[in-house]
Design a protein around this ligand. Sequence first.
Ligand code: H2B
Length: 95
Amino acid sequence: MAVLRKLSTDEISAALRGLSDWSRDGDHIVREVRFGDFDQAMVFVNRVADVARAHDHHPELYNVYNRVTLRMTTHDAGGITERDIRFAVAVNALL
Ligand code: H2B
């Protein structure tokens, strides 16, 4: 499947230029989001869970009080693919 092709460094850089607040950390793309409090962070986590179900693609999610960190990679491909970029676009649309 084409979307499961690992993107090249140049392709990842190009994708990130169009994707505010995400950065690359090795085989992941990463974004941290801060909210006013824990409850707002949890509402966001549940919206992200809906995106995950819709995309059949699942983030690594980390929470510390009002902060949520998302890390995306495609395990099936062993790196960053178009699926991760699409997921990040959908997450940004929530914010
Ligand atoms: N999520 C993530 N982040 N990476 C994957 O490789 C992955 C996934 N694979 N969710 C999906 C599920 C795969 O197992 C199914 C069959 O699409």
